[in-house]
Design a protein around this ligand. Structure first.
Ligand code: ADE
Length: 247
């Protein structure tokens, strides 16, 4: 069982997705658990404030240390081994390889992530600790909102993860993408045990080959003959030839 505790101000943005399709199935099968902590509950003063203006001036508000530390410590008080993930544009770029490493802790056969990304991007310090090695890993995902966060928050973070070279308004979408890409790799979540293995990116940078289902002829667009032939050797060869490469 893999557990994610999501610290957010916007649970309503995350919950519907996690209660749908494969994520819901994973929960129902007892393979994954999703929990929420409302950062506002740890806010300061009568307005339960969680942000403030930056020292030195500048636009926008920053997430403050006190509510974030209190929220994370409330989770760690119950599970000291839980590891903290921070979605941030300055983190290590998320990849299938990293997702596989996180999923591998949850009973999967797959290996841990290689440290390649860490060396390629020393700023990230994202994987300064390897993912949890126990069979029941627990990840706390802190979803910043507003323009940024106090740098000292990084001292309580284990993995800084970026979804790409663009800036989003908060960590909620990255949290869902990180969770989805990990949970779907856990054996038993997807229908066919091999579907996660053969699909895009599972084999290095190989992209999945084109696939077709009925009808054989749709508005003049025909399914390649070889796929209808029943000749598995030829089908494999065709698929190999038609697998794309990531850019
Ligand atoms: N928060 C804002 N932008 C982000 C990005 N590109 N990746 C991860 N977290 C983010």
């Amino acid at each position: 069982m893999i557990k994610f505790t999501i610290i957010t101000l916007f649970k309503e943005a995350l919950e519907p997705y996690l209660k749908t399709s494969m994520m819901w199935k994973a929960t129902e099968k007892g393979l994954a658990e999703f929990d929420f902590v409302n950062l506002r509950d740890f806010g300061l003063g009568p307005h339960k404030s969680v942000d403030d203006t930056p020292y030195g001036g500048g636009d926008g508000m920053l997430l403050r240390c006190e509510p974030v530390f209190a929220a994370i410590e409330s989770v760690k008080a119950k599970d000291p081994d839980a590891k903290v993930i921070l979605p941030t544009p300055v983190g290590e770029i998320w990849s299938q390889e990293l997702a596989r490493g996180f999923a591998s802790n949850s009973g999967s056969r797959r290996s841990r992530p290689s440290p390649r990304g860490e060396r390629a991007n020393p700023r990230a310090a994202a994987l300064r600790n390897p993912p949890n090695s126990d069979a029941n890993p627990h990840y706390i995902i802190l979803c910043p909102h507003y323009e940024g966060y106090d740098e000292r928050i990084l001292s309580i973070v284990d993995y800084k993860i970026s979804l790409g070279k663009y800036v989003l308004t908060g960590g909620e979408l990255p949290a869902l993408i990180i969770i989805d890409s990990i949970v779907r790799l856990i054996p038993g979540v997807l229908g066919g045990e091999t579907s996660a293995e053969i699909e895009s990116f599972s084999d290095g940078d190989n992209l999945e080959y084109p696939q077709y289902t009925r009808p054989e002829d749709f508005r003049g667009m025909k399914v390649p003959e070889v796929l209808l032939s029943g000749n598995h050797g030829e089908v494999d060869k065709w698929r190999e030839e038609h697998s794309g490469k990531a850019e």
